[in-house]
Design a binder for this molecule. Structure first.
Ligand code: PLP
Length: 395
């Protein structure tokens, strides 16, 4: 075949998270006792009330197409949630439901970016942001949040990164992979710069419900009328309601952007799965106690395992404030166990210690590995024991 594929996909790399998870699964299926700390999903089943609502909707015959942008009743449930949780008011025309937050973001960049438009992406970042921006013809511009700054960027760094081609900045708080949360004061300053430079704010709030200690979720859209006008909130049910497989996410924001996204969906995906939409109505409108049960459980796992990770030689670990990831800097451990870089160290953890972790290089953070603590305490403690033994024996 001489006809090549599009230039668009030439630099496209597969999601490191999904690749390692697949490799670990393959090893497991061949009988190797691998512990996976790579997964980006809660280890709970979807709550029963949500499963029952989905089943009921199918039995009632609600199994056909819906409007491309989602069921009006689901839009209303999301509008109610945003009003109740964030005090933000949106209309149905300002909300679109899509196939997971990931595809909502993909669609957003497709309608937002012209070739050469820049999007500022603070590193460490979620793996898909730069790829999605590139697929839309855009240019990812990275600014770094150092570990000394809790992996967060400052308004000043953003100001310096803006050029006449800058279209947007992505804020992900709580963050995957760092677990850090921007404070109200930090967000106020960021919103000010975005106003001054007149750029969009893409606010990915998917981990909103998984927050620990005294911290609170604040959406940057809450901070002023101007911030609300320029913020596109991205959220969904994957992490908060343990619904990763149902594939429902949404955007709330500017009516023209949402309308263009809905038109694009009408030619690409049609509606998100009807049954999943009915399940999500129940997730938002039904009892919320399971969300809190899961949050508390993650928090107690974090409290138990955090000191154990800190105690591994050559691991420098900041305590996360949300989500379910740890992002230790393991450059010392890699160096002292004879590896040229952290990617090779992470590969050896999988093949020699049988623990799957995600190398931070895919997150723009090459000295780190990402560990998910969304797994049972017993498995976590065994994984820590294996990693520790591997490091100590090879030191
Ligand atoms: N945004 C971030 C920061 C994520 O970590 C994820 C999932 O890993 C998503 C978006 C996508 O979530 P969804 O399952 O709704 O597509």
């Amino acid at each position: 075949m001489t006809k090549k594929m599009s230039s668009r996909v030439k630099t496209l790399s597969p999601s490191t998270t999904l690749a390692i998870t697949a490799k670990a699964k393959e090893m497991k299926e061949s009988g190797i006792d691998v512990i996976g700390l790579g997964a980006g999903e809660p280890d709970y089943n979807t709550p029963d009330n949500i499963l029952e609502a989905a089943y009921r909707s199918m039995i009632e015959g609600k199994t056909k197409y819906t409007p491309a942008g989602g069921l009006p009743a689901l839009k209303d449930a999301i509008i109610h949630k945003l009003q109740k949780d964030q005090g933000l008011n949106y209309t149905r025309k300002e909300v679109m439901i899509g196939i997971g937050a990931k595809h909502v973001l993909y669609t957003l960049f497709q309608v937002m970016l012209d070739p050469g438009d820049e999007v500022i992406i603070p590193a460490p970042y979620w793996v898909s942001y730069p790829e999605q921006v590139k697929l839309a013809g855009g240019v990812p511009v990275h600014i770094e949040g150092s570990s000394a700054a809790q992996f967060k960027v400052t308004a000043e760094q953003i100001r310096e990164a803006v050029t006449p081609r800058t279209k947007a900045i992505i804020i992900n708080s709580p963050s995957n992979p760092t677990g850090m949360i921007y404070s109200r004061e930090e967000l106020v300053q960021i919103a000010e710069v975005c106003k001054e430079k007149d750029i969009w704010i893409v606010s990915d709030e998917i981990y909103e419900k998984l927050i620990y200690g005294e911290e609170q979720h604040i959406s940057i859209a809450q901070l002023s009328d101007d911030a609300k006008q320029r913020t596109l909130i991205i959220n969904g049910v994957s992490k908060s309601y343990s619904m990763t497989g149902w594939r429902i996410g949404y955007i709330a924001g500017n009516v023209e952007v949402v309308s263009a996204m809905t038109d694009l969906a009408s030619h690409s995906t049609s509606n998100p799965t009807t049954t999943s939409q009915y399940a999500t109505i129940e997730a938002y409108n039904g009892p919320q106690d399971t969300v809190e049960t899961m949050r508390k459980d993650f928090e107690s796992r974090l409290e138990q395992v955090y000191p154990q990770f800190v105690a591994i030689p050559g691991f420098k670990v900041l305590k996360p404030q949300g989500a379910f990831y740890l992002l230790p800097d393991v450059s010392e451990a890699a160096k002292n166990t004879g590896f040229a870089n952290v990617d090779d160290f992470a590969a050896a953890l999988l093949t020699k210690a049988n623990v799957a972790v995600i190398p931070g290089s895919g997150f723009g953070s090459p000295d780190t590995i990402r560990l998910s603590y969304a797994t049972s305490i017993d498995l976590l403690e065994e994984a820590i024991r294996r990693i520790r033994t591997f490091v100590e024996e090879n030191w």
